[in-house]
Design a protein around this ligand. Structure first.
Ligand code: UDP
Ligand code: MG
Length: 318
């Protein structure tokens, strides 16, 4: 059986249609499936719609978060609860073409354990967004050996991969990179990003910057290395300047070199500040991880209606 994991955050205009389209495609292809909608603490009617769907259709299951935990949490909750032999993660707004799922299942049947759908074109995005994404992926690729160009969250994973991901102890996760980090036999297929079906993108720039910083720091020590590198360069500068001023001093041509002093103080203190900032960022990561807070809290699972009021975080401090 195939589990389709669909994170949904304020997607009231999409859920119904998405369920219909995906089930249509899977039924036609003769694939047994379950749809798992993970409501990431939506403030609109998303949950009511998912809940109704689950009541009507046994192949639909809904998980409701107690608040907005972010798409990462939603994906990992789906992976934890899904029961299929393989799972596909797909956006709720149909920007990831579900027509590709049968093809992905076919590749899985051929023995591929991960099937990644790679964006051949980014959909309609502003120039700033594109540049931001490009820059972010470049840093990630250069510094962590995980090639993310065109990567998306649209993937099929075998049960083995799901289990491997479920076993990762960390809580600050980056699904897109982790799913290639775990390895396994991987196939790639290309797709064009479709325009959003309804509603608006759920990302705000602040959230995106946070997302990027989070992922860079949880995957690489690159920023720390920049600081070290800059430190070395400045040391060289300092030595040269020091020698120069000593020579001037002894040859009696010393000037009131206050500019130099200012410059050196300003530059070195800014370096120190940056360095402290970077270290602080990593420290805060350690702090986050060490708290062992769950990644998400599920308030309702349509599969266990009778125990509706019980908040389950069973062994899911993940
Ligand atoms: N999403 C989520 N939690 C969030 C933000 C987004 O579960 O905090 C879901 C959203 O419902 C959608 C998917 O993640 O199914 C992708 O979001 P969106 O389409 O807004 O992002 P974009 O396509 O613009 O990258
Ligand atoms: Mg989208």
């Amino acid at each position: 059986m195939l589990s389709v994991i669909i994170p949904a955050y304020n997607e009231q205009d999409n859920v119904e249609n998405t369920a219909k389209v995906i089930s249509g495609i899977l039924k036609e292809a003769g694939i047994k499936y379950e749809l798992i909608f993970v409501d990431d603490g939506s403030s609109d009617n998303t949950w009511q719609i998912i809940n109704n769907l689950a009541d009507r259709d046994i192949s639909v299951r809904g998980l409701r978060f107690s608040r907005n935990f972010g798409k990462e949490g939603a994906i990992f909750a789906g992976l934890r609860r899904c029961t299929g032999d393989c799972a596909v993660v797909i956006d709720c707004d149909l920007q990831h073409p579900p027509e590709l799922i049968p093809q992905m299942v076919e590749l899985h049947a051929q023995g591929y354990e991960v099937v990644e759908a790679v964006k051949s074109s980014r959909g309609k995005e502003s120039l700033a967004y594109k540049m931001f994404a490009k820059g972010f992926y470049k840093i990630m690729e250069k510094s962590s050996d995980v090639d993310l160009d065109g990567a998306s969250d649209f993937k099929l994973m075998d049960r083995k991969v799901i289990n491997a991901l479920n076993e990762l102890p960390e809580r600050i996760t980056f699904f897109r990179a982790l799913s290639s980090w775990v390895g396994f036999k991987t196939a790639k297929i290309e797709f064009q990003v479709a325009p959003r079906n309804a509603g608006t993108s759920k990302w705000k720039y602040r959230k995106l910057v946070k997302f990027a910083l989070n992922n860079i720091t949880s995957f690489t020590n690159f920023p720390m290395q920049i600081v070290t590198g800059l430190g070395v360069i400045f040391l060289v500068f300092a030595v040269v300047l020091g020698v120069q001023s000593l020579v001037r001093f002894f040859s009696g041509t010393a000037q009131e070199g206050f500019t130099t002093v200012y410059l050196v103080i300003l530059l070195s203190s800014s370096m120190i500040m940056i360095g402290l900032g970077v270290i602080g960022y990593y420290m805060s990561k350690i702090y986050e991880e060490i708290k062992f807070r769950p990644r998400y809290i599920i308030s309702v699972d349509t599969k266990d209606k009778e125990r509706k009021d019980k908040i389950r975080t069973d062994g899911e401090n993940g």
